[in-house]
Design a protein around this ligand. Structure first.
Ligand code: SD4
Length: 330
């Protein structure tokens, strides 16, 4: 039921109740207000989610907006050269170029995205600029870079000496076989519910290490790497982007929540769908990892992945903690 109809229905009930017993009306209204909402709350992928959550929490705990929280949270990881699959320091493609993918979505279906963006340390902020300052939702490659420069972003070399050294080593036999949970494990996806009850999400990555130049994964694609529906919930993904795109993974997770699934069940259903499709296509499951994290409007959350090794971080009023999700491949 849409929120206006729900509201009118509630008002109708309360008006009828107040005609009978005015004191009871307030109690009735209170009982219908979802007091049990766990907010604010922020979730993010992998171990570095703990640090990112801490940054996001500074905003969420001050009644700030989920959109600002997720942007600032993931920027922390983009800026860290030690994190080798996001932003500065991310592993390059097979031509030695660091190309970044990111997207952001707020509680009003505003979306912004950049793909195959080079030389800009914070693609998430460029994605936000696409969302807020252009008539479009996605910019790619050179066009995305040109736009970023007009917006005052600085052009930088993102290939660190460590990443360059590893890439040169990789060139010796040039086999594209990303190691599950290692070479492809650092995308940060973050979803948050703020004190106002609004959801937003951000997702940013350098993508699969040693991908073909121009390859784009799920992370900048709304509905694949990230999806937010403020009536229902939000979800973000990590792992093999090709498998996530094939099922429009996070849109699937959010739609499953709309149908009544808990965030946990929605994530496991979506992962099982990917597992079954991979099996039917003759793929070895051992070589694929996909993990989803999801959050609903009540602040309930869940996660699930194909195989062991994925972690995610949760920060709510109870504190900031790392959790290990259930997985499919036993
Ligand atoms: C991609 N999904 O480019 C990203 C990579 C990733 O954990 O999430 N790694 O396919």
């Amino acid at each position: 039921m849409n929120s206006r109809r729900t509201f009118l229905k509630k008002i109708g009930v309360v008006t009828a109740a107040s005609a009978l017993a005015p004191l009871k009306a307030a109690e009735l209204l209170e009982s219908m207000t979802p007091l049990s909402v766990n907010k604010p709350i922020v979730l993010s992928t992998w171990d570095f989610g703990l640090q990112a959550n801490k940054e996001a929490w500074k905003i969420l705990s001050q009644n700030g907006k989920a959109l600002d929280a997720v942007e600032q949270g993931v920027i922390l990881v983009e800026n860290d050269p030690a994190e080798r699959s996001v932003g500065y320091g991310g592993r390059p493609d097979r031509d030695g170029k660091v190309t970044l993918d990111a997207c952001i979505m707020d509680h009003q279906y505003n979306i912004g995205s950049v793909a195959a963006l080079e030389h800009i340390k914070n693609p998430i902020s460029v994605a936000r600029a696409v969302m807020e300052r252009t008539p479009h939702v996605m910019l790619v490659g050179h066009g995305a870079l040109e736009f970023a420069l007009t917006q005052g972003f600085k052009k930088e070399n993102l290939l660190t000496p460590e990443s360059e050294k590893e890439w040169k080593e990789w060139l010796k036999d040039s086999k594209y076989k990303p190691i599950v949970n290692i070479e492809n494990h650092d995308t940060i996806g973050m979803i948050a519910l703020d004190a106002h009850g609004n959801l937003s999400g951000a997702c940013t990555t350098s993508g699969m290490a040693y991908k073909m130049h121009g390859r784009v994964g799920d992370s900048p694609i709304i509905g694949a790497g990230l999806f937010v529906d403020n009536e229902v919930g939000a979800a973000t993904a990590t792992g093999h982007g090709e498998e996530v795109i094939r099922t429009v993974g996070t849109h699937l997770v959010v739609e499953l929540m709309r149908q009544g699934h808990t965030p946990q069940n929605a994530c496991s259903e979506a992962v099982e769908r990917i597992v079954n499709i991979a099996k039917s296509r003759g793929k070895s499951l051992k070589e694929i990892q996909v993990g989803f994290i999801a959050l609903n409007k009540k602040g309930e959350y869940g996660a699930y992945c194909i195989q062991d090794g994925f972690s995610f971080a949760v920060h709510d009023q109870k504190g900031n903690r790392l959790e290990k999700p259930e997985f499919s491949l036993k």
